[in-house]
Write a protein that binds this ligand. Structure first.
Ligand code: AMP
Length: 357
């Protein structure tokens, strides 16, 4: 991994840092990333399959300046020279990592925003648990043996597949009925409460605002995911009754809605973000840029964290121009724009290697 980082930093040495192109894959948060990058004066490039997606024509302020079209996502590794020539910095998002494949993505010799070692930790649920528990966050209990299921649990498969196939079980029998043993899964205590997905940005190079031992931490927004069909199931009767018709709850993300935390929860939210960042230095050399803690707040007003995404999350799309938190930092600050600002500041102050790997 370090050899890739060294090679990437050599590439960066050859960049004209006054003429950077920001690139990402045309999906997930790409409109927001391009929109923010354009606002900060960067050239933008969209990576797409076969031909430029037509829907970009409908959104001129978020349409990239140019497209790089591939026959297959894996072809990206054959286009690196072209990207390097344009002084390109890649912004990873969930679909980018998923489509190119986490392994291939990590070995791409092209400057990439953030610490790419972090992606390995977030895409494996066991590694993620080691990290978050080491950070001192309260996670849902893990049930190792399905025969020990004595309370509602959620069975989750590994990888960021948007909750597809996840299911709730209340005993071993329900687990057996629902599980697909060909896939790697984990079983977690189902936490009752309300869900909050908190969007953080950590800068190791800015020393204003909410300071950490190095750099500073921001919260730019909070969303909640719309999930089909668990969110609407209650309209049809009890889950038990629905099972007799072959209808089971599922957790497929279909959209996002903006939310705010009650203000007294903010200190806890910052403390959690702080712990995650501080612990990341020793574990994988620092989590840099955007990340999201996926939480449930219980009726005791306690956060339980069930997942971390160590990159920009799709929930930030609900705050393109403002959020109840970003508004207290700067007008018109989206997560996409915050990333562009970080790259701009690092380029101007000769610190790109601090935030690029
Ligand atoms: P994840 O892939 O971990 O983000 O989980 C997908 C969805 O399942 C979440 O957005 C939640 O709605 C739900 N979920 C995951 N873990 C838990 C948990 N421990 N307790 C309650 N709901 C959960």
């Amino acid at each position: 991994m370090n050899t890739i980082k060294n090679r990437v930093h050599e590439i960066l040495d050859g960049y004209d840092t006054s003429n950077i192109t920001i690139a990402t894959l045309c999906s997930h948060t790409s409109l927001q990333i391009f929109h923010g990058a354009k606002k900060e004066g960067f050239r933008t490039l969209g990576i797409a399959l076969r031909e430029p997606p037509k829907f970009y024509d409908a959104f001129p302020l978020a349409k990239p300046d140019e497209f790089l079209c591939l026959d297959d996502y894996s072809d990206i590794k054959n286009k690196l020279d072209e990207l390097v020539e344009k002084n390109t910095i890649i912004i990873p998002h969930g679909s980018f990592v998923e489509y190119v494949g986490p392994k291939d993505f990590k070995s791409l010799k092209i400057p990439t925003f953030g610490n790419r070692s972090v992606l390995e930790w977030e895409s494996d649920r066991s590694m993620e648990r080691i990290w978050l528990e080491k950070a001192g966050l309260s996670m849902p209990k893990e049930i190792k043996n399905p025969k020990d299921i004595k309370m509602p649990v959620i069975v989750k498969y590994h990888g960021a597949k948007g909750g597809r196939g996840f299911f709730i079980a209340k005993d071993y029998h329900e687990f057996e009925r629902g599980v697909d043993r060909r896939r790697k899964y984990s079983i977690q205590e189902y936490i009752m409460g309300t869900r909050y997905y908190i969007h953080y940005f950590y800068s190791p190079i800015k020393n204003d605002g909410y300071r950490l031992s190095k750099g500073s931490l921001q919260i730019l927004g909070v969303d909640r995911r719309d999930e089909a069909n668990i969110d609407e199931m209650y309209k049809l009767g009890s889950q038990k009754e629905l099972k007799s018709y072959g209808i089971y709850p599922s957790f497929v993300v279909t959209g996002n809605v903006p939310v705010v935390l009650r203000e007294s929860l903010l200190p806890k939210a910052f403390a959690m973000g702080e712990k995650v960042v501080e612990s990341s230095w020793g574990i994988m050399g620092g989590l840099k840029g955007s990340f999201c803690l996926e939480t449930v707040v219980t009726d005791k007003l306690e956060f339980r964290v069930f997942e971390i995404s160590a990159r920009i999350v799709a929930g930030t799309n609900v705050f393109v121009n403002a959020s109840p938190y970003a508004d207290y930092i700067e007008d018109g600050l989206s997560m996409g724009r915050r990333i562009a600002k970080e790259i701009k500041y690092a380029a101007e102050t000769g610190q790109l290697k601090e935030i690029i790997s």
